[in-house]
Design a protein around this ligand. Structure first.
Ligand code: ATP
Ligand code: MG
Length: 257
């Protein structure tokens, strides 16, 4: 899908952003243009501090860009864009149990939505191996458990567009692989448009239909890699290994610059 077509579910058009510091302003995003077709799963890789979280904050409407636009289904975002955002910091409410945290989104919609989504919440809590912890408060959970709780909460928001900022960063390799499978299952079932930030090239390859590589700060897109191999075959093809190598070369090349 080309940037600028109204068929895109989510578009960043020439986004720029700078922050102020004592030494003056420093640019964080240097003109990021990206269009996600409906149902696309785009992985974003890039060096730490390159502006990935800033990009997601702008797309989610939490921060204004200095220049450029965000478009959702071809229009500027309204007051309640159809976006669920899992931020890099898990932002669970410390005074709510795991169960009340995962159901926060539906509860804010209506009491009816909370009741309607409880079975789905129960199923996700089971799939994500958190049963037995529903009554625990965030402070009583490990980092990985909090991350899984935050991901369930994001999935239960029932939005068409998911922004996920390193959702699996705190997990061990096995849990991570299991959750990859669960996320792919949810994505296949509901067909959301997903933008997932990760620092893990293998994770991006395992999940994405397209990978975008951002530069070091100020972030701009330095390369794009479509993935045509079906997800379930990716671990077994030499093509995947070659792709990993190419992406690492782009990341390392940018690092040397
Ligand atoms: N609210 C803010 N005020 C000032 N500077 C900020 C703010 N948010 C981010 N920055 C700066 O912007 C730059 C990009 O930060 P950002 O969090 O977007 O990077 P990132 O690519 O997500 O990094 P990481 O991979 O480590 O999560 C950094 O230099 C950071 O210090
Ligand atoms: Mg970040």
């Amino acid at each position: 899908m080309n940037a600028g077509t109204s068929a895109a579910a989510l578009e960043a058009v020439a986004l720029t952003k700078s922050y102020a510091s004592r030494a003056g302003t420093y640019p964080v995003l240097a003109g990021v243009t990206l269009a996600l077709a409906p149902g696309e799963f785009v992985g974003v890789l890039g060096p730490s501090g390159g502006g990935k979280s800033t990009l997601l904050n702008i797309l989610a409407g939490l921060e204004p860009p200095d220049g450029g636009q965000v478009r959702i289904h071809g229009r500027p975002p309204g007051a309640r864009p159809p976006i669920a955002y899992m931020q890099q910091k898990d932002l669970l409410l410390p005074w709510r149990t795991l169960w009340d945290n995962v159901l926060l989104g539906p509860e804010l919609e209506s009491p009816h939505d909370r009741v309607r989504l409880e079975p789905k919440a129960r199923e996700l809590v089971r799939q994500f191996r958190l049963e037995g912890f529903a009554d625990h408060y965030p402070a009583q959970l490990s980092g990985g458990m909090r991350q899984r709780t935050a991901l369930i909460r994001t999935l239960l928001c029932e939005r068409n567009i998911l922004l996920l900022d390193e959702p699996f960063g705190a997990l061990d390799a096995l849990t991570r692989r299991r959750l990859h499978r669960h996320l792919l299952r949810v994505w296949r079932e509901f067909g959301q448009t997903v933008l997932l930030v990760t620092h893990d090239v293998e994770e991006a390859i395992a999940l994405s239909t397209r990978i975008v590589v951002l530069s070091a700060r100020p972030g701009r897109i330095v390369d794009v890699f479509p993935l045509d191999v079906p997800h379930e075959l990716r671990e077994r093809t030499g093509e995947t290994l070659r792709l990993k190598q190419r992406i690492l070369e782009v990341l390392e090349g940018d690092d040397d610059a």
